[in-house]
Each structure stands twice: as structure tokens, then as C-alpha cells.
Design a protein around this ligand. Structure first.
Ligand code: 6PG
Length: 252
């Protein structure tokens, strides 16, 4: 497994600022090396302040014309629904920026889930000019971590954890908004960089399990993340890192 870089910040605020700084840095590097920044966003609550910071304090540091936004997962709700991951990113970031609709490649949570998954796959094949069997390579995949160690909408025990061909699938999970769309493990693991942002004491056990727990990706989907040609970075606040061993933190 690629050795993840683990960065621990004192509190949520400094975690969110550091995350925004890292994302801005990666956007600049990507645009410099290949003219665009293909950024896969995460949903949930944790990234909201990061998105807001990027759209305000850091917005002049990003060449927004070269940015393309995608989502790692979506709840099967309309885009203006409170539970929509696109909706959250729009409220906290997109609505504060001037982006062309062609730069926003959202998952259509309002459609029939299977159709939504196929539309998402078509969108990825087109944007990344993929041939059969190829996977998109995001410059950055952002991930949160569920307290049951799920990532995107890859929840413990679901078949999608073992998906090896599809790019995106419809899933039914044990959570509010059970019907969801999610990118699959081969897509997440084809990224140049995967960045976890995790905050709070309530996530400490999940973080410990993901990084130091018994290897069992079926039960702990975050353990799926092992990009063959990419880097993994964990940005944590002290509370979320509180159960990690000194050995791991020392080696980090
Ligand atoms: C989603 C997310 C999910 C999220 C975790 C953590 O749609 O819910 O993509 O994977 O990242 O559930 O969520 P919080 O940040 O809200 O704790």
C-alpha cells in the first residue's frame, strides 16, 4: 500500500485552511503541467468550510478557467435539495464563482439511479476521452470519511466495493438518502492524488480503523484507497487523529 502522508492540524479551522491551501497548490501544479485541473469533490458536511474558503479567501489563487469539477458521489435527490452534494458545493463555492456550465460535471441525482450512473460514466468517458477498459485520472479526489469508515457512497458490505469495470454505479445503502450514485474503486484509485479531510472526535475510531485497523476493505471501505500511481494524503484535526499510534504519527 502506498504510504499515506498524514498531516495533523490543531483544530478544525486550521485544518480547513490547510486543506484549501493544499487544493490551491495542486490546482496550480496540475494547470502548469497539463493545462487543466480535474477535481473530484466530496459531499457530506466536512468540506463545506473548505469550499467556502476556496471561493472567498483563496479564489484569486486559482485559474478557474482551467478547472473542471466532478463528484465522487451523489444522493438521488434534485440538485436544489438540502441533501444534494452538488447543492452543497453550489451554495458554498460554485455560486460565488464565474464558471462555465461545461466546467461542472455533476452527477444527476434527480434521474433514475441506473440512468444517472450511466450518464455519469458517459460524461467521464467523453471528458477524459477514454477507450474501453480505461479509467479517468483525476488530478485530485477529495474524500470525507463516514464514522462507519465508508468513503464516497461505498458503504461497508456493498457489492460496489468489488466493482472492477464500471466507472460509476447506483447503490442502495443504510443511510439517510439510501439511493445514491458513486464512483467506483478503480476510478478513485486511478487518481494522481487522493486527499482525505476528516475532523472531530466522533471520527477518531474510523480514522484509526482505516489506517491501523485489521485489513478488511469490505468492512472498512476507506482501506480500498491505494492508488497505483498516485499519492494519498490524510488531513486531520487533532481530535480525529487522537487514536492514532505515535508510531504512525511519528512516521508520518
Ligand atoms: C456523502 C459523502 C460521504 C461523506 C462522509 C462523511 O455523500 O455523504 O460523500 O462519503 O464524505 O459521509 O460525511 P461528513 O463530512 O458529513 O461527516
Amino acid at each position: 500500500m502506498a504510504k499515506p502522508q498524514i498531516i495533523v492540524l490543531d483544530d478544525r479551522e486550521s485544518l480547513f485552511v490547510r486543506a484549501a491551501e493544499e487544493i490551491v497548490h495542486i490546482s496550480g501544479e496540475s494547470i502548469c503541467t497539463h493545462g487543466q485541473f480535474a477535481w473530484c469533490l466530496t459531499g457530506g458536511n466536512t468540506p463545506a468550510d473548505v469550499y467556502s474558503l476556496i471561493a472567498t479567501r483563496f479564489h484569486l489563487s486559482v485559474d478557474w478557467n482551467a478547472v473542471h469539477l466532478f463528484w465522487g458521489d451523489e444522493r438521488c435527490v434534485p440538485p436544489d435539495d438540502e441533501a444534494s452534494n452538488y447543492g452543497m458545493a453550489n451554495r458554498t463555492m460554485l455560486s460565488k464563482l464565474t464558471l462555465d456550465p461545461e466546467q461542472i460535471h455533476r452527477m444527476r441525482g434527480e434521474d433514475d439511479p441506473e440512468q444517472g450512473a450511466r450518464e455519469c460514466e458517459e460524461q467521464l468517458r467523453e471528458f477524459f476521452s477514454l477507450s474501453e477498459g480505461e479509467f479517468p485520472r483525476f488530478d485530485l479526489v477529495l474524500l470525507g470519511l463516514g464514522d462507519n469508515v465508508h468513503i464516497a457512497s461505498l458503504f461497508p458490505g456493498i457489492p460496489a466495493i468489488h466493482e472492477s469495470r464500471r466507472l460509476a454505479v447506483a447503490v442502495e445503502v443504510d443511510a439517510p438518502q439510501p439511493r445514491r450514485l458513486t464512483l467506483t474503486p478503480p476510478v478513485l484509485n486511478n487518481a494522481a492524488r487522493v486527499m482525505f479531510i476528516v475532523a472531530g472526535q466522533n471520527k477518531a475510531e474510523a480514522v484509526r480503523t482505516a489506517l491501523e485497523g485489521p485489513r478488511d476493505p469490505d468492512r472498512y471501505p476507506a482501506q480500498i484507497i491505494d492508488p497505483a500511481h498516485g499519492e494519498v494524503m490524510w488531513l486531520l484535526d487533532r481530535a480525529a487523529a487522537s487514536l492514532l499510534s505515535p508510531a504512525l504519527l511519528g512516521a508520518a
